[in-house]
Design a protein around this ligand. Sequence first.
Ligand SMILES: *[C@@H]1O[C@H](CO)[C@@H](O)[C@H](O)[C@H]1NC(C)=O
Ligand SMILES: *[C@@H]1O[C@H](CO)[C@@H](O)[C@H](O)[C@H]1NC(C)=O
Ligand SMILES: *[C@@H]1O[C@H](CO)[C@@H](O)[C@H](O)[C@H]1NC(C)=O
Ligand SMILES: *[C@@H]1O[C@H](CO)[C@@H](O)[C@H](O)[C@H]1NC(C)=O
Ligand SMILES: *[C@@H]1O[C@H](CO)[C@@H](O)[C@H](O)[C@H]1NC(C)=O
Ligand SMILES: *[C@@H]1O[C@H](CO)[C@@H](O)[C@H](O)[C@H]1NC(C)=O
Length: 336
Amino acid sequence: MSCANVTDCTRQFKCLLVMIPIVFTFFYAFIFISKGFQEKIENFSVVRDRRTTVVTGYFVLTKFQKGNKPLYFSSDLYKRWCSTFSLLLNPLIVYLERNSSFVEIFKKILSKHEPSRYKIIEVERKDLWAFKLLPNITKIFSKPGYPKHPPNTVVPEYSAVMHCKYELMNRSIVENPFKTNYFAWLDIGLFRDFAVSDDPYYFVKLINETLFSQKFYLDVPDNFDRSKVAYTEVYDLSKNMKPCDIVNENMVWVCGCYFVGGGEVLLRWCGEYMRAVEEMIGQHDCVSTDQQVIYWLFSNRKNLKVSTSIQTYTNMSSNVDPWFYLGYLSRRKYKT
Ligand SMILES: *[C@@H]1O[C@H](CO)[C@@H](O)[C@H](O)[C@H]1NC(C)=O
Ligand SMILES: *[C@@H]1O[C@H](CO)[C@@H](O)[C@H](O)[C@H]1NC(C)=O
Ligand SMILES: *[C@@H]1O[C@H](CO)[C@@H](O)[C@H](O)[C@H]1NC(C)=O
Ligand SMILES: *[C@@H]1O[C@H](CO)[C@@H](O)[C@H](O)[C@H]1NC(C)=O
Ligand SMILES: *[C@@H]1O[C@H](CO)[C@@H](O)[C@H](O)[C@H]1NC(C)=O
Ligand SMILES: *[C@@H]1O[C@H](CO)[C@@H](O)[C@H](O)[C@H]1NC(C)=O
């Protein structure tokens, strides 16, 4: 080994000492930049109109009285309301009963949509957890002196359908056919104000510029905390209410008509919800709709060890029905 080589070695060694920090700096700079880049790509591929799967469903019930006023809801009314789904451009899952007339109606209503953006899933009552509870619900509703809040505590099938939302939401998240991070439950009737005709095929027949400009998608609300589930608050929540008192008084805190959240958070919530329904039925011998179950859980949040958090949205002075506030708040105009 010559002297020159030794000098070279030391030089190389020094060089290496200088190089290491430089290489590391570049390495981390690269990671930092590519992270921002990845986020951009994510933003690009998960555009806002495609990041929330909307889930809905409809089960034909015989005409029932809604509330204590002589107001009756029939499936004709729901036929009218469901036409509004032709304006909704989110990835969509619709659960309907096998062979129900609504299957054809929804196929028509969605016929202008990309087939890869929606799924109509036909189910049967006998396969559903909520309908397996029907004999229990019927038995409770027929107890002498049981409160009469039509349809909540009067029509057992109505109660079952309301609980069914959580089972169908759970299934949608597990299957996640559109690979979205967020999921929203949307009742058929929420955007009823856009239903301008009694003809359910109205939008399909008469789509024109005016109607086309009403197309929209639902996105998670602003300031949304991803660790929570969002609902519209309708009335105040009182603490430590007993389940049967909530049913007797027909108490409501949040509207069951629309809720949204991240898949994992909602999955846990659906499980908690479904266990709570069984507990209300099995241990407290009273039951009503989803709204009373949610009231009970959050009125007794600590005692019942509820792990889900709800983020409420409310604006009593907005110009939309206060029950539907979050739905309208989540609405975004669709730009083509
Ligand atoms: C991604 O989108 C969000 C919301 O639109 C925005 O706040 C954020 O800056 C975007 N990130 C990048 C890297 O563009
Ligand atoms: C649905 O309709 C098909 C064909 O009309 C029939 O074979 C089937 O039994 C029906 N299923 C139910 C659940 O009614
Ligand atoms: C579009 O349809 C609506 C509802 O029928 C109607 O009021 C409006 O005049 C139509 N607009 C055009 C440009 O045809
Ligand atoms: C959610 O759905 C999956 C798949 O259908 C099922 O295995 C699971 O038991 C459901 N969760 C609840 C809480 O029912
Ligand atoms: C419903 O009723 C059946 C039959 O009485 C019973 O075995 C079951 O435990 C009840 N379900 C609940 C959730 O209480
Ligand atoms: C509630 O709605 C009204 C009417 O649209 C609006 O002026 C007000 O800013 C809203 N309040 C909040 C807190 O969003």
